[in-house]
Design a protein around this ligand. Structure first.
Ligand SMILES: C[C@H](O)[C@H](O)[C@H]1CNC2=NC(N)=NC(=O)C2=N1
Length: 113
């Protein structure tokens, strides 16, 4: 299977299917630094990225925002001093779509460890 980060998002319609439990189990190992959380009954992928200061965190936030706009699939991003929390889920289906796994993998590539 093509690496997640090499895939592109598909247009997500309200009747799109959420990932199944089996797909979740299959996909999560590709995202070792991400947590799968349930908020308000909606599954989400979340990772906290750490930086030396606010300026570096801000620059990373901008890169994630550009990525999101390029795929027209958008995360929640919390920007703090030295820390950025990125949360991916698909609002239209109130849960996780394959797109969210692609975008989490693409987000990892933006982070210079
Ligand atoms: C109108 C609707 O918000 C848009 O079609 C797009 C924008 N970006 C999006 N981003 C995410 N994460 N989920 C969506 O359902 C979504 N929908």
């Amino acid at each position: 299977m093509t690496e997640l980060a090499q895939q592109s998002c598909t247009a997500c319609k309200p009747d799109a299917l959420q990932v199944t439990e089996e797909q979740l189990v299959e996909l999560m190992p590709a995202l070792p630094d991400w947590a799968c959380l349930s908020r308000g009954g909606e599954l989400q992928l979340e990772r906290v990225f750490h930086f030396k200061n606010f300026k570096q965190a801000w620059a990373f936030t901008n890169k994630v925002a550009e990525l999101a706009e390029s795929e027209f699939h958008h995360p929640a991003i919390t920007l703090e001093w030295g820390k950025v929390t990125v949360t991916w889920w698909t609002h239209a289906i109130k849960g996780l779509h394959h797109n969210d796994f692609i975008m989490a993998a693409r987000t990892d590539l933006l982070f210079d460890k």
